[in-house]
Ligand binder design. Structure first.
Ligand SMILES: O=C(O)c1cccc(C(=O)CC[C@H]2O[C@@H](n3cnc4c(=O)[nH]cnc43)[C@H](O)[C@@H]2O)c1
Length: 221
């Protein structure tokens, strides 16, 4: 059986995922959990390296999951909630214009230069399995941003541009591109630590989000 690679941004997220897996009563499959860093670039590079090393060692992974905490769009998902991505979207990859943001895949560049575009859909089978295991999860697009959204105006702009978005993180799209380039199924699983909006560190509920991440991780077994 090929194994599952679960990548998180930081060690605390990886610890929560491992704790959830250890507590799972479900039959386990081979799961590797690795913290790969914050932001889409380091997450993509580190995930690609892990996939390549495993393949070279003759033990290729069979699927990749990006897991961690996230900001949630108010009214779409609650703090402490769990989200499953229908697609992982590079929400700030594009160009500004006086008429608003233009996604990079609408700038007229050849599609082969864009790694498949600014949104990578979750693998349908993997998403279906996770939905079945996590029936209370909110399902929708998860945005990947390089800058944590911190004003009401930018929150509204993102919510308007992506009506299907439920949350934002900083790694999913990068991990998704690494998985796609390796030809592997991909999914993104996040738990909500804070509402997206005007920056307020006091509103972050990290402990709640890590507990929810551990609970959700049991589904990965
Ligand atoms: O603003 C701070 O002072 C601060 C201190 C520690 C960590 C942070 C982060 O922004 C962590 C980002 C980390 O967690 C994910 N995440 C969680 N909430 C959000 C969000 O609202 N928007 C984007 N990313 C978020 C993200 O995937 C990173 O790995 C800030």
């Amino acid at each position: 059986m090929t194994g599952l690679l679960v990548v998180t941004a930081v060690p605390a997220e990886a610890d929560a995922v491992r704790a959830g897996l250890a507590n799972s009563a479900l039959p386990s499959r081979e799961v590797t959990v690795a913290p790969v860093g914050v932001g889409p670039a380091v997450a993509a590079a580190a995930t690609a390296r892990l996939l390549t090393l495993a393949e070279a060692a003759g033990r290729p992974y069979g699927a990749v999951v990006s897991a961690g905490i996230a900001g949630g769009f108010a009214g779409r998902v609650a703090v402490g909630g769990t989200v499953l991505a229908t697609r992982s979207v590079a929400a700030d990859l594009g160009a500004e214009s006086p008429d608003g943001f233009i996604p990079v895949d609408e700038l007229g560049m050849p599609p082969e230069l864009l790694g498949g575009g600014t949104a990578v859909p979750a693998d349908p089978q993997l998403l279906a399995a996770l939905r079945a295991a996590l029936p209370a999860a909110t399902v929708g697009a998860v945005l990947t941003v390089s800058t944590v959204t911190g004003t009401a105006a930018s929150t509204q702009a993102l919510a308007d541009r992506y009506p299907d978005a439920v949350a934002e993180g900083m790694e999913g799209y990068g991990v998704a591109v690494a998985a796609a380039q390796a030809g592997l199924p991909f999914a993104e699983l996040r738990t909500v630590s804070n509402p997206i909006g005007p920056r307020d560190r006091g509103a972050w509920r990290m402990r709640e989000a890590f507990a929810a991440l551990a609970a959700a991780a049991a589904a990965l077994a």
